[in-house]
Design a protein around this ligand. Structure first.
Ligand code: NAD
Length: 295
């Protein structure tokens, strides 16, 4: 397949690598030169504009920070929707608000283009290993067209429902992840204060009922879990700014349907406060610093 890929940051460039590995011809664009060079190192061809990426693509994949970037990249006068050839399949893998996902898919449909929202779970490690979970919103037939390409980057491809449903599922997931990372941070901070050795506490909880994905993969204590950002001075990984954004999006989504989310709301407030104190670029597991600093 000929694939155009826009947004080759932390997640995008390893996804490009796996698409190339699977035999696809990938042309990449990112407005940041350093991100574009990572995509080139991953085997993609570098384009000098978004239009160049879209022109000959059979499939366009985007991996952008937030809803406003997705609306601009797809919806502007020289955006993806205006410049894609007939029959091009559009897949947005970014995590964004449900409303933007539905609005952009509607615009694409008005031009006769099929679009899926396909946000991912699994983090940078999942993107590197090609083991991402894709939560897909859009029609089931369109998903079948996209499946071989998604399978080059992920292991679990789940149809969540109509347009926007992938984003809805992703926001539910990330609300749980934020809450469980805060819970993990509280337990390990309290455990250390109670005199427990962190390795011993990890050995116990990781095989007990308190275990969770955040603890198993991103433990905020260094030297125990190999894939944890705590081993690398909390270099992201999944940045605090991204987690804070997702938690705020989850709150917007909760309000839109009158869902009660008291822990989700607290998690959004804690991550936003941590982000606002200059920690936006750290990995989301660094929230333990905020917990540990509180008395
Ligand atoms: P990132 O900031 O590293 O990458 C986003 C890239 O998009 C950047 O390189 C940026 O320059 C580029 N970009 C922004 N606007 C652009 C434009 N108009 N044209 C071209 N390029 C543009 O972010 P990331 O960590 O790769 O995350 C991307 C998305 O994936 C986010 O929505 C995030 O919530 C989601 N996500 C991230 C992780 C993770 O662990 N990092 C996990 C799951 C989902």
């Amino acid at each position: 397949m000929t694939i155009g890929f826009i947004g080759t940051g932390n997640m995008g460039y390893p996804m490009v690598r796996n698409l190339v590995k699977a035999g696809n011809k990938v042309t990449a664009f990112d407005r940041l030169q350093s991100a574009l060079q990572s995509a080139a190192a991953a085997g993609g061809a570098m384009a000098s504009s978004q239009k160049e990426v879209v022109m000959d693509a059979e499939i366009v994949i985007t991996m952008l920070p937030a809803g406003q970037h997705v609306r601009t990249v797809y919806g502007s006068d020289d955006g993806v929707i205006a410049t894609a050839s007939n029959g091009t399949l559009l897949i947005d893998c970014s995590t964004i608000d449900v409303e933007s996902a539905r609005a952009v898919a509607k615009e694409a449909a008005a031009r006769g283009l099929d679009m899926l929202d396909a946000p991912v779970s699994g983090g940078v490690a999942g993107a590197e290993e090609g083991t991402l979970t894709f939560m897909v919103g859009g029609s089931a037939e369109v998903l079948e067209r996209a499946r071989p390409v998604l399978e080059a980057m992920g292991k679990n491809i789940v149809h969540a429902g109509d347009s926007g449903s992938g984003q809805a599922a992703k926001l539910c997931n990330n609300m749980m992840l934020g809450i469980s990372m805060i819970g993990t941070s509280e337990a390990f901070t309290m455990g250390q204060k109670l005199g427990l050795n962190p390795q011993t506490l990890f050995d116990i909880i990781s095989t007990a009922s308190g275990s969770c994905w955040a603890l198993q993969n991103h433990l905020p204590i260094p030297g125990i879990v190999e894939t944890a950002a705590s081993n690398r001075g909390f270099r992201a990984g999944f940045a605090v700014a991204m987690m804070a954004k997702d938690l705020r999006l989850a709150q917007l989504a909760a309000k839109s349907v009158d869902a009660s989310t008291p822990l989700g709301s607290t998690a959004a407030a804690l991550y936003t406060s941590f982000e606002d104190s200059g920690n936006q670029d750290l990995d989301y597991s660094a929230i333990i610093k905020l917990i540990a600093a509180q008395t």
